[in-house]
Design a protein. Structure first.
Length: 304
């Protein structure tokens, strides 16, 4: 293993806290990874890592060396990306984490286009609503709804997705159709809460030029987008969500849009990636490609 590959291995071990996981991410045998780190420590004359049965952590010298390695590898990625052959034909494995509805409804239906354009990039895609630790889990970038809160990540806005408030015909027949947001206090909603923290999301509507929040009563709450729609289809209450997630249900009459005269603010969606990987050719071409996909879906002005 050459010196730069050893540096890459070392940084991944620090980030993932594991020889086994780092070796798997880089597709090298664990024995090779162990030997390479021993050689690196011998050449430097310091111990870089503290190993326990549960975790691997950098020593003080190891942490200082890791910080330098991150900058060195970022410079190397920058140099490689400047080469036209590498920039136009990136290769390797790109690890993505996509929200379920973004994956199945927007990105994956066109993923063959990405493969056709970049045939030497292999994709590993995880999916879900949970927050992920990109660095620790070895993920190159994620696509997420909402306002990014992690300032350590680079965020590129892809779109602001139009929202609707809707419910099943059965629900509206029983509870009536709200004509003004103030009538929502007499209605039920399907509650939606964050997976890993006690945060519940109110309805938001623009009334007389001002954005207002409405907390509705709920007898059922979920933390998954597919369950959110499924509960509404069964008449459990009103929901507010991006139109693209229920467009077909509305078109075919299984859900009915209400309060059309009161605009929802829309849901921003962004692609996020770690600072030190922002120059990776694989990440760069994916970010550019997925931005085009969302522009086609929601319009070129949807990122404003």
């Amino acid at each position: 293993m050459d010196r730069f590959e050893a540096l890459r291995l070392f940084t991944r071990i620090v980030e993932l806290g594991s020889f086994t996981r780092a070796a798997a991410v880089l597709d090298v045998p664990k024995a090779t990874a162990t030997h390479a780190i021993k050689e690196l420590e011998a050449r430097l004359g310091v111990r870089l890592l503290d190993r326990t049965t549960r975790q691997v952590r950098p020593t003080l010298d190891g942490q200082a060396y890791y910080d330098r390695c991150v900058h060195v590898l970022a410079e190397l990625d920058d140099a490689e990306s400047a080469l036209s052959a590498v920039a136009s034909n990136p290769r390797g494995t790109l690890r993505l984490d996509l929200h379920g509805t973004h994956a199945t409804g927007i990105i994956l239906p066109r993923i063959n286009e990405f493969r056709g354009r970049y045939p030497q990039i292999d994709l590993e895609i995880s999916s879900g609503d949970r927050l992920v630790d990109l660095v620790r889990e070895g993920i190159d970038c994620v696509v997420r709804s909402g306002v990014p809160r992690d300032s350590s990540l680079v965020a590129k806005r892809l779109a602001v997705m139009p929202e609707v408030v809707c419910a099943s015909p059965e629900y509206l027949q029983y509870f009536g159709t709200p004509r003004h947001p103030d009538e929502l206090s007499a209605h039920q909603a399907v509650g939606f809460f964050a997976s890993n923290r006690d945060l519940r999301y109110p309805f938001e509507l623009t009334v007389e030029g001002r954005l207002r929040e409405y907390q509705l009563n709920s007898w059922i709450s979920v933390n998954d987008a597919a369950c959110y729609v499924a509960a509404a289809l069964r008449g459990c209450g009103l929901i507010q969500l991006p139109l693209h997630g229920v467009e077909q249900h509305i078109r075919e009459g299984r859900l009915v849009e209400v309060l059309r005269d009161y605009a929802s603010p829309g849901v921003p969606v962004s692609v996020l990636y770690p600072q030190h990987r922002q120059l990776s050719p694989r990440v760069r071409v994916f970010v550019d490609w997925v931005a085009g996909v969302f522009a086609d879906k929601f319009g070129a002005g949807a990122t404003a």
